[in-house]
Design a protein around this ligand. Structure first.
Ligand SMILES: [Zn+2]
Length: 414
């Protein structure tokens, strides 16, 4: 058994180091302080007995656990990110441990009356009787994704200390800057040299994900013409009115607040303008490749229509693809999802397989040649003061990693 206290201590040693990333920085890692945890992790991997521990100039960490069997086994990897979201402060995290959670409200902060309540966060109820780690209400926790790091390190340590568990070669990869969308950018897939990998970066216990959005951004620029309002008849073109025409021509119900599951959307996330010029910023999301392409077409057609209606180029639309659904890359190697599912079932977890309404580092890595589904790390309410993680979920995730390694060594892949 993996000791609860050991997991708690390890987790706390990570979350108390501030590693907030910064989208406005051009460097990798985006913040100098990420090195503080990166260096510690590299040292820790060495101290538990991992081999080939490396940390490159961008703070990407890799390490190897050699195979302990004679026969050929595919090399598998486990990946997590050590930065935390810039959405909420990650400085001076003071983790609070609540043993034997009774299912009621948790007072996070007395002075500021901050309460974590199952009336609002219903998921809490399923953890009655467990040990929860929360914030003190003033910071995020950083279980996203330091829980994932803690689980991977703990699983490697467990396998090293239990050589009776047979496994093939296992690679570990820790990255900076996932929260600002750059975690996979400088990941050296060739150096990692795994046949496939899993990101340990999901939320509640049981989550297993291999589908995510196809994603694009669109910037719509509308040019108007300013004339003195008293003498504007037949001359003024008000770019803001054209902008509202554009907005209202897109399906009103296909927006984030009206969609879920496999439904895609157009999301207008920024709009600023005056008579002379208006700019709209959209993101386009859809799991289905065909629907995704169709959505981009809708915007292009609408642009052309409005331009012809005004008899000149009043609108320009620039669409850029951001990332794609990893499903396309995972389906040909579905056994990698099956193994994860089997591992969960073997230790009494019901797998929750669902499509991510977002992207993951795993989707980028999958398109870089490393198929990479995502597995739960156990935390909830990421990126804010209500973030929490049940210790029991972290232990289960650690066991899932060990079990995947064990099952991979048992299977016949020829
Ligand atoms: Zn994450």
């Amino acid at each position: 058994m993996i000791s609860k206290e050991h997991i708690i201590n390890r987790f706390i040693s990570y979350v108390t180091i501030d590693t907030e990333s910064d989208p406005n920085s051009k460097t990798t890692p985006s913040t100098e302080k990420q090195w503080n945890l990166a260096k510690k992790l590299a040292e820790e991997l060495k101290s538990i007995g991992m081999e080939d521990v490396s940390i490159d100039e961008h703070a990407y960490i890799m390490a190897t656990l050699p195979s302990n069997v004679e026969h050929d086994v595919p090399t598998i990897g486990f990946i997590a990110h050590f930065d935390t979201s810039p959405d909420f402060t990650g400085a001076n995290v003071k983790p609070q441990i609540h043993e034997n959670y009774l299912g009621g409200d948790i007072l996070l902060n007395k002075e500021e009356h901050i309460v974590l309540s199952p009336d609002y966060f219903e998921d809490l109820r399923q953890y009655t009787g467990q040990t929860l780690i929360t914030t003190d209400g003033t910071t995020l926790l950083g279980a996203d994704d330091k829980a994932g790091i803690c689980e991977i390190v703990s699983a490697m340590e467990y396998l090293i200390n239990h050589p009776d568990i047979q496994h093939g070669k296992i690679k570990v990869g820790f990255t900076p800057d996932e929260e600002i969308g750059r975690g996979a950018h400088k990941f050296d897939v060739e150096k990692f040299a795994a046949d496939w990998a899993y990101t340990m970066d999901g939320s509640q216990i049981g989550e297993l994900e291999y589908e995510n959005f196809n994603a694009a951004s669109a910037v719509i620029k509308i040019k108007g013409k300013i004339v003195h309002p008293g003498y504007a008849k037949g001359k003024m073109i008000n770019s803001m009115y054209i902008a509202t025409e554009f907005i209202n021509s897109l399906p009103r119900m296909e927006t984030p607040e009206h969609t879920d599951g496999y439904q895609g959307f157009f999301h207008l996330h920024d709009m600023r303008g005056d008579v002379e010029q208006t700019e709209l910023q959209y993101i386009i999301r859809d799991h289905d490749k065909g629907h995704f392409e169709a959505r981009k077409e809708v915007m292009k057609k609408l642009t052309a229509e409005l331009n012809s209606q005004y008899g000149r180029e009043v609108i320009t639309t620039e669409i850029k693809d951001q990332y794609y659904n990893m499903k396309e890359k995972i389906e040909p190697v579905m056994h990698i999802v099956d193994i994860a599912e089997e591992a969960m079932e073997a230790i009494g977890i019901t797998p929750i397989i669902k499509a991510i309404r977002g992207g993951t580092d795993g989707s980028q890595l999958s398109y870089m040649g490393l198929p990479c589904p995502n597995i739960f790390a156990g935390g909830h309410n990421f990126h804010g003061r209500y973030e929490y993680v049940p210790v029991e979920s972290m232990i289960k995730a650690t066991e899932v990693i060990c079990k995947i390694a064990e099952l991979t060594a048992k299977k016949d892949f020829i």
